[in-house]
Unconditional design. Structure first.
Lengths: 176, 335
């Protein structure tokens, strides 16, 4: 197919006036006079956005031990142990069995912060927290148990407001 | 003792020839070891802020003022490596050859009509002759390193420095013609009524560009272009020898800023109505302002290619400088 000459856009050859050189000096000077954007980290804590993937927090009472997170995890860094308990209803009748969480641990040395576990959790037991200062000297100490994961839930921020014109949450989610 | 203008302060205070000599040498050395550090620190800070960063903030507690002192201590501690294929003597001498000329030039720079070391009758001639020796140091470094990057860098440096020596000298010559003297103090005194930047703005422009190129500072840093030839002639250097090359670069900024202020900005002359501020402060302020401009240009412009460098010098700056000289000569005879 022949190329239509009209469709070919050619950049106009800029004239070398030297004005750009002066403008460039203006740009650097303007930046020099502005306050710098550096955050002096250890002294000054960064103000991270609410959805920062810092660490994964666990709300234990929401967990039903469905193992979805552990199975979906691409590198198998979630460890779950549970046992079954049977409770007799106060009104009498057949006992109801339920699972009780014994151990829930995430090995953050393996975790690649993909967030699939948070996405897949059907009962909102897992959350992203902004907390990021949990480095350790021993790699084994990066496996955090449910008590520590529970602590991190107190640092979880409410999700930010939707942007103007953004699609809201899917309407059929509650119905399904 | 009554202050006499035209006689160095040290000569007024002290009688003994040897004592005067020692004091003068000490003054030059101390100045040469502190002023470049100040410029280097300012460069860290100015570059950082122009890039929306903070620059050094920790060394010395207050805004990292001791960063270059810390760097100096670090360089002293580093291993002094000489490549086995290198020409040991030439390799070791090169930093000194690059550094000493700038120290020597400081001797003739006047900070007031009394605060100077030596008032040479051939001042500006001496300056131009001595500063061009630095090229030899760079060439020696590149040749003796037995490293292809060093050699490429050294030859680029030689080509560039030869090309820009000429406009530098021509611009200075035009000033010397207008001032009718070669002495740096004489040139400053000749700017009693107005600074030569007003009568020779093109000369000032040429001189500043040629100085930048002479210092191989960005945007004329083709000889050390670190993204293509590592660090040019200085690639194989480490420790103190490398520090000497850096010191030569920053010392060069101080020296060429000082020469430019003497030639074009009235040296230690005050602005009209501001005589209350002492002359040495005026000189220091002018050196500082020009050093800032040199740093500012580094933050702003990308590197010129080797052929662009040569074209700029031979086809633009040198003809302009020659025209300038002709103009000055005609006016000098006519007026």
């Amino acid at each position: 197919m022949a190329i239509d000459e009209k469709d070919v856009r050619t950049a106009e050859e800029p004239k070398a006036t030297g004005l750009g050189l002066v403008k460039g000096l203006g740009v650097t000077l303007k930046h020099a006079l502005r306050p710098s954007i550096t955050q002096q980290y250890p002294e000054e804590k960064p103000d991270l956005p609410a959805r920062t993937r810092g660490v994964i927090a666990l709300k234990q009472e929401n967990c039903t031990v469905c193992y979805k997170c552990a199975r979906e995890c691409p590198d198998w860094c979630i460890y779950i142990d549970a046992h079954k308990e049977t409770h007799d209803p106060a009104s009498g009748g057949k006992g109801r069995s339920m699972k009780v969480l014994d151990r829930f641990a995430i090995d953050f040395a393996l975790c690649m912060y993909c967030g699939i576990c948070v996405e897949v959790c059907p009962f909102d037991a897992l959350f992203w927290s902004r907390e990021f200062e949990y480095s350790e000297h021993e790699i084994a100490e990066l496996t955090h148990e449910k008590e520590k994961l529970e602590e991190w839930t107190y640092t979880v921020l409410p999700p930010p407001e939707l942007e103007e014109g953004a699609e809201g949450p899917a309407a059929d989610e509650g119905a399904a | 003792m009554i202050a006499q203008s035209g006689v160095s302060l040290v000569d007024q205070w002290l009688e003994s020839y040897w004592l005067v000599l020692v004091v003068k040498a000490a003054v030059v050395l101390v100045f040469f070891l502190t002023a470049p550090l100040a410029v280097g620190y300012v460069e860290h800070k100015v570059l950082a802020h122009m890039q929306a960063r903070l620059g050094p903030m920790y060394a010395g507690r207050f805004h990292g003022w001791a960063q270059l002192v810390a760097d100096g201590v670090k360089f002293v501690q580093k291993e002094d490596i000489i490549p086995s294929a290198a020409d040991r003597w030439v390799f070791s001498l090169a930093p000194a050859v690059a550094l000493v000329p700038y120290i020597a030039v400081l001797v003739v720079i006047p900070f007031s009509d009394e605060a100077f070391i030596l008032n040479l009758d051939v001042g500006i001639f001496f300056v131009m002759a001595i500063t061009s020796i630095t090229v030899i140091g760079v060439l020696m470094a590149g040749w003796a390193s037995a490293n292809k990057f060093s050699l490429i860098g050294a030859l680029r440096a030689a080509a560039q420095l030869i090309a820009y020596e000429l406009p530098l000298v021509l611009a200075a010559a035009a000033v010397a013609m207008q001032a009718a003297t070669l002495s740096l103090i004489g040139i400053v005194e000749a700017q009693d009524r107005y600074w030569f930047v007003l009568s020779q703005p093109i000369g000032f422009f040429i001189f500043m560009i040629a100085s930048l190129a002479e210092l191989t500072r960005p945007p004329f840093d083709m000889p050390i272009a670190d993204s293509e030839i590592i660090f040019g002639a200085y690639t194989e250097y480490s420790g103190l020898k490398f520090a000497f090359f850096l010191l030569a670069e920053y010392g060069g900024i101080v020296v060429l800023s000082a020469i430019a202020s003497v030639l074009f900005l009235g040296g230690y002359q005050a602005l009209p109505g501001m005589d209350a501020i002492p002359a040495p402060l005026w000189m220091a302020a002018k050196i500082g302002a020009l050093a800032f401009v040199i740093i500012w240009l580094r933050a702003t412009y990308p590197r010129l290619r080797a052929d662009q460098l040569q074209r700029l010098s031979w086809l633009v700056l040198i003809p302009l400088a020659l025209l300038q000289i002709m103009g000055v000569a005609v006016l000098k005879v006519a007026v």
